[in-house]
Design a protein around this ligand. Sequence first.
Ligand SMILES: NC(=O)c1ccc[n+]([C@@H]2O[C@H](COP(=O)([O-])OP(=O)(O)OC[C@H]3O[C@@H](n4cnc5c(N)ncnc54)[C@H](OP(=O)(O)O)[C@@H]3O)[C@@H](O)[C@H]2O)c1
Length: 331
Amino acid sequence: MHAIVVKSWLKGPGDMEVTDIPVPVAKDGELLVKVDSAGVNFFDVLMIAGKYQIKPQFPFTLGAEFSGTVVKASPSDTRFAVGDRVFGSNVTGAYAEYIAVPSIQCFPIPSALSFEQAAGIYITYPTSYAGLVLRAKVQQDDWVLVHAAAGGVGIAAVQIAKALGARVIAATGSKDKFDICRQQGADHCINYHDSDWAEQVLKLTGGKGADVVYDPVGKVEESLKCVAWNGRIVVVGFAAGAIEKVATNRILLKNIAVTGVYWGAYALNEPERIPEVWDALFKLAEDGLIRPVVFQPIFHGLDQVKDALKAIAQRDTYGKAVVKLSDRSKL
Ligand SMILES: NC(=O)c1ccc[n+]([C@@H]2O[C@H](COP(=O)([O-])OP(=O)(O)OC[C@H]3O[C@@H](n4cnc5c(N)ncnc54)[C@H](OP(=O)(O)O)[C@@H]3O)[C@@H](O)[C@H]2O)c1
């Protein structure tokens, strides 16, 4: 089968090669899945260079998120049968025609979702749900300010906050992304490159400020200017590259709670939350309240994984960039 195999640390995605390797063998407890689509993540770039927190042993197949069809089920897990549509995640292995993956890391694809939509939801949607619901405890009519609102976790946060009855201000780094945020339900859009963006938030909220700030970028310090009394700030990530140092007196003065969310660590620390979060998300999907957004055009074939990674690095994408593998002529 074709796969992107990393045999030594690479300088960048341009050095990635599609190679021919044997189809993996699924052990007991694992499913063998024929991959239809793979979700693309910026951390792939770090992983191939040996700069990511996880450094797999060589050789490894790159790719962390996938959707596809079960071709070999696990005798010890009767939830899945051959032919089922599934999505899931693994540290490695998704940029390949087939992946062998523990069945506990897979879910059935809700009937309303396509393979392409399902390929990119394993990380983004539960992160945003856990951030907004478990950590920030978003309430109906809260003002929720979402930074990088057109990005992977950002769009998920906009949709989930709206589903919870909140009023959403979407903040992006370019006006070109306003339309996509509005289509996903944002009530207002602002550009955080405007020097007065925090004043714009105060104005939109009638002087009150945002009750919740969802921050995958690294804008906590700036956001303190426009957080409401009793506000909650959720630290999600550092897309801008810097880890902030914050003036804590401003946290005290407005009774603010600054909280983090690290979805990947729930498996270790609070595994009982995982089915709770997914059940809530599947219900929202069934009710049509969340609709995963796939960046267009969809990338086709493993050769285009590097193009997808380049587009993410240049901030050209919205939602999730997805590579479709099932078109054999382009593998
Ligand atoms: N805590 C968790 O469990 C968890 C889970 C998933 C992801 N994350 C983190 O959340 C962050 C966003 O992830 P994502 O999947 O939404 O990524 P994404 O789809 O690539 O979106 C990131 C967005 O961040 C914005 N951004 C602002 N400053 C940037 C800069 N200097 N360079 C690049 N982008 C910049 C860009 O939007 P604009 O062009 O609009 O500025 C960009 O599109 C990442 O840091 C990721 O590691 C955390």
